[in-house]
Write a protein that binds this ligand. Structure first.
Ligand code: FMN
Length: 243
């Protein structure tokens, strides 16, 4: 009998082709779950009316920075990485994209229910484990060692062990409970999704790759990181240079 319930991940494989117009066409093959060929839900009665075609999207703006549309159009989950470590500047931009402070009142890159900010971010490299402090855009040393091997074991998946950096996104629903009661857990999870998508898109913009891993043993991840009581992991995100 297995001691714990761990979900095995069986995601789909997708090959994306960016047409010269900037439009993206995709060939999907999924082992399970919905795909472009088998929509999650059939269209309801009434005829479906097509939207105007997506116009050609420039891949970079005037300053040579990738446009948001180009970044969205090329994001794919990446699970195979080179050994090249992330620079501290790259790590800083990833963490800032997820939870950076962008206003004098403390509001951040990602929305937050009631601006109560239910998230924490941790990043583990080959040498150390850091905790992000959005205020002042700083990191503190959370552990003077990598916790990547422990996180990899907690996911029972390959990519974490091979990425040079793993970012862990956690939620503390209790921060929202006073204002939102029974909806606190839901709102914390939604906030984690917003922040993680920001991080994934920033990775693309930096020429990096990442995958949001949601299948892991919560207790193991919490123990490996030494999370405080009431703080729960939601995503483990391996990030690195795509191989
Ligand atoms: C909630 C959630 C959980 C996920 N968990 C995993 C996971 O545990 N392992 C993994 O390899 N991918 C995971 N993924 C990534 C999906 O497999 C991936 O997004 C999907 O196959 C679509 O491919 P794309 O991201 O390249 O568009 C997860 C995605 C979401 C939204």
């Amino acid at each position: 009998m297995p001691r714990r319930r761990v979900l095995r991940w069986s995601g789909g494989l997708m090959a994306a082709v960016v047409a010269p117009t900037g439009l993206v066409t995709a060939a999907c093959s999924t082992s399970s779950g919905p795909s472009a060929a088998s929509p999650a839900r059939p269209s309801s009665a009434g005829a479906a009316s097509p939207l105007p075609p997506v116009p050609p999207v420039p891949s970079v703006d005037g300053a040579g920075t990738p446009t948001l549309a180009a970044t969205l159009g090329t994001r794919r989950s990446v699970r195979d990485f080179t050994d090249v470590p992330l620079t501290r500047a790259e790590l800083g931009l990833l963490l800032w994209a997820a939870q950076g402070v962008t206003a004098a009142n403390g509001h951040r890159t990602a929305p937050s229910a009631g601006a109560l900010y239910a998230l924490e971010l941790y990043a583990t490299t080959a040498e150390e484990t850091l905790h992000y402090l959005p205020d002042g855009h700083r990191t503190e040393v959370w552990a003077e060692r990598s916790v990547a091997p422990g996180l990899a074991r907690a996911t029972r998946q390959d990519p974490p062990g091979r990425a040079p950096t793993l970012v862990v996104v956690t939620v503390t629903p209790a921060r929202l409970a006073g204002k939102y009661g029974g909806r606190a857990g839901r709102y914390a999870d939604l906030e984690a999704g917003h922040a993680t998508q920001n991080l994934l898109l920033q990775a693309v913009a930096l020429g990096l790759g990442a995958v949001p891993i949601g299948s892991f043993d919560d207790g193991d991840v919490a123990a490996v990181l030494g999370l405080p009581e009431g703080e729960e992991p939601r995503y483990v995100v391996p990030v690195g240079h795509p191989r």
